[in-house]
Design a protein. Structure first.
Length: 201
């Protein structure tokens, strides 16, 4: 029997709790390894911004940010937190081309089903300017999981390399590192795979 889940429903129903659990965490290494590839004042798309934690950091450090999230309730809370309107949009609705210097997708596109991840990554690459970079993170593994009514797509470095190699887009992993959870939503034994992906000509 097909497993039922509704990821956006979870976030709409639990937005306040989720924000409270994720507003604080140690992401300095992640920020530094992403931002070193961007010029000051660069245009960043926060792709699945959640609480707005990372958008706020980028804005306060002089970057131009467009924040989006698929959950209406999360968008309301994040808009107040970053003092800027957050656009309610699903990942597959991204149709920008050559717009952003960087795309930040922290613990967000892991909710995209495996069979759709290729298409979403292609849209993200199209939305980047040449030499732009994507930061994205997944729980390390080779399967998927339904938890708390949410879909989680687990990934490894080898699988991401395969996805990018099969794409018609010219993008490669230029940095990879692993971290452990640092927010209140700590999951025992979880390892996060962190990717910096660059778009070439």
């Amino acid at each position: 029997m097909e497993e039922k889940y509704n990821t956006l429903e979870y976030y709409n129903k639990n937005a306040e709790m989720y924000c409270e659990q994720t507003l604080v965490g140690n992401f300095q290494e992640n920020y530094d390894r992403f931002l070193k590839h961007l010029s000051k004042g660069a245009y960043i798309l926060d792709f699945g911004c959640g609480s707005g934690r990372d958008s706020k950091y980028f804005i306060e450090n002089g970057y131009k940010v467009k924040a989006i999230d698929g959950s209406e309730e999360m968008c309301k809370l994040a808009s107040k937190y970053i003092n800027q309107e957050v656009t309610c949009m699903k990942f597959d609705e991204l149709n920008d081309v050559n717009v952003y210097d960087g795309i930040w997708a922290c613990s967000s596109i892991l909710h995209v089903e495996k069979e759709n991840l290729h298409d979403v990554l292609d849209k993200m690459i199209d939305a980047l300017k040449t030499n732009g970079v994507i930061y994205t993170s997944f729980k390390k593994g080779t399967d998927y999981e339904i938890k708390e009514n949410k879909y989680y797509n687990y990934l490894t470095k080898d699988e991401m390399i395969k996805i990018l190699n099969e794409s018609s887009k010219n993008a490669k992993i230029i940095d990879y590192f692993e971290t452990i959870p640092s927010t209140k939503r700590k999951a025992e034994g979880t390892i996060w795979c962190n990717f910096i992906i660059k778009k070439f000509k």
